[in-house]
Design a binder for this molecule. Sequence first.
Ligand code: TXA
Ligand code: MG
Length: 327
Amino acid sequence: MQDQQAVIAEAVQRLRAGRLVAFPTETVYGLGADARNPAALAAVFAAKGRPPDHPLIVHLCVESDPAAWTTDLSPTAVRLIERFWPGPLTLILKRAADVPAAVAGGQDTVGLRCPDHALAQALLREFCRSSPTDWTRGIAAPSANRFGRISPTRAEHVHQELAGQDVYVIDGGPCPIGIESTILDLSRLDQRGGRPVLLRPGSISAEALAEALGELPGSADSAAPRVSGTLAAHYAPRSPLMLVERTTLEALDDAHSAVWSYSLAPRGPRWRRAPVDAVGYARALYDSLRVLDAMGAPSILIERPPAGPEWVAVHDRLGRAETGSGT
Ligand code: TXA
Ligand code: MG
């Protein structure tokens, strides 16, 4: 057992020294660095093998003032923050001039999120309170995986992904949501026809956002900022992954493939049963992809989950895992 206070103190000391700390959030584990320290940000990109033009999300604690990070905290942004923070919603806003360009991959915007996780909040709060107290601090953190690979939902996954790197890992057990935050771009509201744009679906659905916005968010177009989680190939296992229908699995005469099915009972040692509800499915998804991948099977067959609004984010991640797999 890690002693929580000692762990947070050690983590804060490292962050202040420009070093990296991986920490749990309600979605996935993040690879954190001082968001106002360009050298620490460079270390994040290096550890992940991530191209420098892919922006990072700045994580804030409940006490932080998001206005310290943006020039344009619109009434729409305030409404969404009041409704959904702390929680799995990242807002893209115009970047304030004193926020390092590196955190935004050189773009004029910044992604902000306030995680709904006790350990993440404790870390963020103590980071701000480390002397002198400064509530304008934040922790920039992408998911704590190598670029293009499966996001970590357990501390063990982070150790696997970043073995040999100078990263202090805070173990908070499995992440309760299991897939990354919903990303909503509010940076172009002041332009003609500008409206909120959904860049990445997550557990906060477009319909839930619409209740607060009064309209459904638009979908990403070519003028939208670049989001690596929206590259066609992402979240990818190494074995080739295929989404298949139940009938394909029923007819399957092959003991070699690794299989994840929510509707069929396992037949053989490489079959795993998937949860039937969207929340449980998302929570289990990345850990299961790792388990299936570790079987070293010639292929991973995943039964296509049901349609419906609560499954949108899961379909999004599975589609990208399928496209990026086998490399
Ligand atoms: O749930 C999450 O969001 C997790 C946890 C750790 O908070 N973080 C996460 O980070 O998924 P990452 O870097 O793997 O994905 C964040 C996405 C990236 O695809 C990045 O391009 C996008 O957010 N993003 C961040 N800042 C942005 C900005 N200013 N404009 C457009 N996209 C941005
Ligand atoms: Mg990621």
